[in-house]
Design a protein around this ligand. Structure first.
Ligand SMILES: Nc1ncnc2c1ncn2[C@@H]1O[C@H](COP(=O)(O)OP(=O)(O)OP(=O)(O)O)[C@@H](O)[C@H]1O
Length: 563
């Protein structure tokens, strides 16, 4: 793990309207000092800027302020109110002091840890700040903060430096910016790799102190990743030696892949993952290895970790580097050809806007994949004249699938995206996907709760329970004789109206039967776990009567009238 020695913080020189901003700025200053990490900042004394520096100094940290001469000598316009003067920092003796100064002799200890550099221009300021630090954290702020944050991301992208940017999303401030980036990624303006130059920490309502600590740790994680591979606008994949097939083969092999003597498409050895450093793990001891051409179903109750695993395989989150797709570290060195389709896409306001489907598909490069696009338009029964804001959920889902599938993929990660398709479209789509895996040796991992018509689709199944896989590797489907003891017993098929042996009734499907049995066992296991942790779901009988209940009891005239 690479530890930052100096972190540059960009933030507003106003306090902002919510107390959360100053609080978060102060918490960040403290967190930096606690990490022995020098604060590099814009040198201001007011607002969030002042708060982050004051807290760093108060907590025993080192601080370097970088101020352009123009900000020392002139009154800025804009956010300062009438009568508020822009002051040179107390430690900058005069506007002519160019260079490093040790400040305010009366406060020797404090000042020995605080330096200011006065530079000539804003550009020089950013160059100095960038050169002095190991990474950047952006707090809420105005135009200057936006500009500084964007410039640092752009420099990382261009390869000017390889220092990551973490945005501390206090009060949900950066949400619109995050959405904008996601849209730019979806629309092909920012690459998936480019998306990783920046990370967002926190949501509205999060505790300032833990947010600040998390931001520093996230920066550490990203630095480690950048340090290993380097990032930049250039196509790093093409600069590197192609991954040798023998190198993939040299990986430890397990079960099915080993038996088949083929390299893995996906390899997840004993993965544990938490969404936040202090939070409980969402995944523990997850094992999965699949060879190319596999179609694997993920089966598990809500919250069992299916989406988390799929997102990690899509490289959307930093995780253990042992998670490999086609032999490569999926976060730091992602191979091409991974397509992830999740349900969140349909929630994006952009895909609910007034866009005609034909324009929409062209805007994401449909013209480059004309033959596949036209085939998918037929399979998914899409009307090119549909307007995205005037179609049903299922119709919107079809457009998503067409958009996501029209470029050839090697690994397709499907997170319950067929749920709102009608049965005919779903069936035709599954046939298309099966054909793709057979003809192109492509691989699919599919998390679903709907087992209709899936009986013949998978080559493998994986059961996830409470964040773990329940077997040391994916099970073959149909199950091999040697693996029968790993799945619940399947009763003989019944055509009676009541179905057979507690199965799913008339539409008996072994896959659905197995999933049902597994999920029933999962619930028992979960209840037991929650009992041990002193937690309980559902209604609570012993809770104190709420204020509103008391109120209604007191004024329950209807009851009174019947007494
Ligand atoms: N962003 C997040 N931050 C923290 N915890 C999360 C986050 N997303 C999911 N989790 C937790 O991780 C666990 C696994 O969630 P996940 O979404 O992977 O489950 P799932 O199997 O896909 O569920 P479903 O079938 O409902 O889609 C859950 O306990 C959930 O609360």
């Amino acid at each position: 793990m690479v530890s930052p020695k100096a972190i540059c913080v960009f933030c507003g020189s106003s306090p902002g309207k919510s107390a959360v901003y100053l609080k978060t700025a102060a918490a960040l200053g403290q967190a930096l000092a606690e990490h022995n990490c020098k604060l590099i900042y814009g040198g201001g004394e007011r607002g969030c800027m002042g708060a982050v520096a004051a807290a760093a100094i108060e907590s025993g940290g080192q601080v370097l302020g970088v101020i352009p001469r123009v900000m020392v000598t002139t009154k800025p316009h804009g956010h300062l109110g009438e009568g508020q003067e822009a002051q040179p920092p107390e430690h900058a003796h005069s506007a002519d002091d160019v260079g490093t100064r040790t400040l305010n002799q009366q406060q020797a200890d404090r000042n020995s840890r605080m330096e200011t550099i006065i530079v000539e221009t804003m550009h020089e300021r950013r160059c100095t700040m960038a050169a002095s630090c190991d990474g950047f954290i952006g707090l809420p702020g105005g135009y200057r903060t936006f500009e500084e944050v964007m410039e640092m991301i752009n420099w990382a992208q261009l390869g000017v430096h390889s220092k990551p940017v973490v945005l501390l999303n206090a009060n949900g401030f950066w949400n619109p910016f995050r959405a904008m980036i996601d849209t730019a990624v979806e629309d092909g303006f920012i690459s998936e790799k480019g998306r990783r130059f920046i990370s967002f920490i926190g949501e509205k309502g999060d505790d300032a102190k833990s947010l600040a600590k998390e931001a520093v740790m996230e920066l550490e994680n990203l630095m480690t990743a950048f340090d290993k591979d380097g990032l930049g606008y250039r196509d790093w994949d093409s600069l590197k030696e192609p991954v040798k097939e023998e190198a993939i083969m040299a990986e430890p092999l397990a079960n099915s892949a080993k038996e088949l003597g083929q390299p893995f498409a996906v390899s997840v050895p004993d993965l544990t993952f938490s969404y936040s450093p202090d939070g409980p793990p969402a995944l523990t001891h997850v094992n999965l290895s699949l060879v190319r051409g596999s179609r694997c179903l993920l089966i598990g109750a809500n919250g069992s970790g299916k989406s988390t695993l799929l997102r990690l395989l899509a490289g959307k989150r930093l995780c253990d580097s042992s998670v490999r797709v086609f032999g490569r570290d999926v976060f730091r060195d992602a191979p091409r050809g991974i397509t992830y389709l999740g349900t969140e896409w349909a929630m994006n306001p952009v895909v609910r806007g007034d866009i005609v489907v034909s324009h929409f598909l062209d805007s994401v490069g449909g013209y480059r994949h004309k033959a596949r696009r036209d085939r998918l338009l037929d399979i998914l029964d899409i009307d090119l004249d549909w307007h995205m804001h005037q179609i049903s959920d299922g119709e919107r889902r079809r457009v998503q699938l067409c958009m996501g599938l029209m470029e050839e993929w090697d690994l397709l990660l499907l997170d319950e995206v067929t749920v709102d398709l009608d049965v005919q479209v779903r069936s035709d789509l599954l046939s298309f996907l099966e054909e793709e895996t057979k003809q192109r040796n492509a691989t699919i991992i599919y998390a679903t709760h709907i087992f209709d018509g899936l009986q013949k689709f998978p080559t493998h199944i994986v059961h996830m329970r409470l964040g773990s896989t329940t077997t040391s590797d994916a099970l073959n489907w149909p199950p091999s004789a040697a693996q029968m003891h790993l799945i619940p017993p399947i009763p003989a098929q019944s055509n009676s109206p009541n179905g057979g042996a507690g199965s799913a009734g008339d539409d008996f499907s072994p896959l659905l039967h197995i999933a049902l049995q597994w999920l029933r066992e999962d619930r028992v296991a979960r209840i037991e776990k929650e009992k041990q942790e002193g937690r309980k779901r559902g209604a609570r009988s012993n809770t104190e009567t709420t204020d509103s209940e008391k109120f209604f009891r007191k004024y329950d005239y209807a009851k009174g009238a019947t007494r």
